[in-house]
Design a binder for this molecule. Sequence first.
Ligand code: HEM
Length: 477
Amino acid sequence: MILAIAIVVALLVRCLTTSRYASTQDPLNNQNIEDLAPGSFGLPLVGETIALAWDNHKFYRDRLQKYGSVFKTHLFGKPVIAFIGPEAFTFFLDQKYFTREQANPQPIQELLDWESLPLLDGERHRDRKNLILQAFTPQAFDKYIPLIEDVATYYLRQWEQLGSFAWIPEYRKLSASLTNALFTGGVPGPTSEVVGEIIETFVKGFTSVPINLRWNGYGKALQSRDKLLALIDKAIVQHRQQPQQDMLGILLNTRREDGSSLTDEQLRREVLHLFFAAYGGIYISLTFLSMTLAQHPEMMMLAREEVNTHVPHGSLNMERLKDLVYLKKIAYEIRRFYPINAATFFAKVTQECEFQNYRIPKGWGAVGGIHTTMHLPQVFPEPEQFKPCRFAPEQFAALPQNSYVPHGGGAPDSHRCPGEDLITVLIKVIAVHLLRKYNWELPPQNLELNCNLFPIPQDGLKVNFGLNKELLERKAV
Ligand code: HEM
């Protein structure tokens, strides 16, 4: 509540100086709105920003129901067109009409230190993306899997001792340790968990009043950004002195065809964004993995059988993970079913265009609806059912282009998330370590998801956790 009121006040101040508003005219171009998509520009000055800040998933869901798959709105002082569903999403990805450059609200740009992949476009983006993608190949994943296994083992031992606990704070610690291991070479445990607290404060900046005071959320987020940058700078020096096989180590060695690479300035900004991009995605997908398996004992049983058949013991690698086809389907369905990202980053319309007979004026913002696109019943029948079988290879291949978009759409060197396959690997590795040895059940609690930017179960996912003694005895025989 306080956050929403504060955002309103801040936006009023900003919008009074920057935007014009009229209910019958396109606020940017002062033209008639009759040929524009349906939707509302909302309140004078603030538009519909409060509704978005209040519950960003509900925002897209409600408007899809009311106006259909293309609608106009007014966010952060600017008219915006939203695209939902495979066809509309595909149009939104057309670089002829849309750019990410200078398209996101100023606080997002400032928090990400002005220049990193989601804020670039065109040749500059493609060039940088192709370098970053060299750290997301199956060969690179083979180097990260031992790190993931070390972190998993460290926390599983702790959870075994704890017995009953809330899983989300624990998965946050695991995510902090894993991101710190991947991006700076840190070891799992308290030092990395402190880095997790810095990331949390940094991430809160994205939903804070964008006024930089030392003591408020936004000010603290900027201080956390600088702490992360200092940590990254130190890690770059250390990695140069002693090369390592983590993601930073690989990023330091990525090369263009002519042998050139990222500058240190570019690298530190990309790694800063990677902390932001990976930290939440990791703990949220693992939370939903554990919750889903506990809620669906038949899925837990099938997944356990698969693990015990193909990878009952020993270290993992990409080759061994290939056999885990059922867990792969679960990993995909988790990202379709649960409301993780409501929408893509914002884009900007570079030239007037038309979609489904609606005029889309130059200069407007644009955004692709992610979760709503994956809940259209005409594409994913019974969308509110958790069904891993939708991702059988032949069914997956038959989906229309840009209908499964938890990580955005388009080609790998577009703005599609490079972490997509890494998250599948991570879910498989953690699931193997959980299912080989442990049992867990959820005591009575509120499992409804809250209205956070990335919604999570309200009670923090309380769990009773322990060794699966029966299974271990059978394995020992
Ligand atoms: C469940 C986990 C994750 C989800 C759902 C997710 C989703 C997304 C989405 C929706 C975007 C924006 C796409 C767009 O604006 O069109 C994105 C961008 C990005 N993500 Fe992820 N992500 C996840 C995990 C990760 C991880 C683990 C990493 C890295 C280790 C990562 C790195 C990035 C990067 C670098 C971008 C910017 C890409 C660009 O603009 O070219 N993400 N992600």
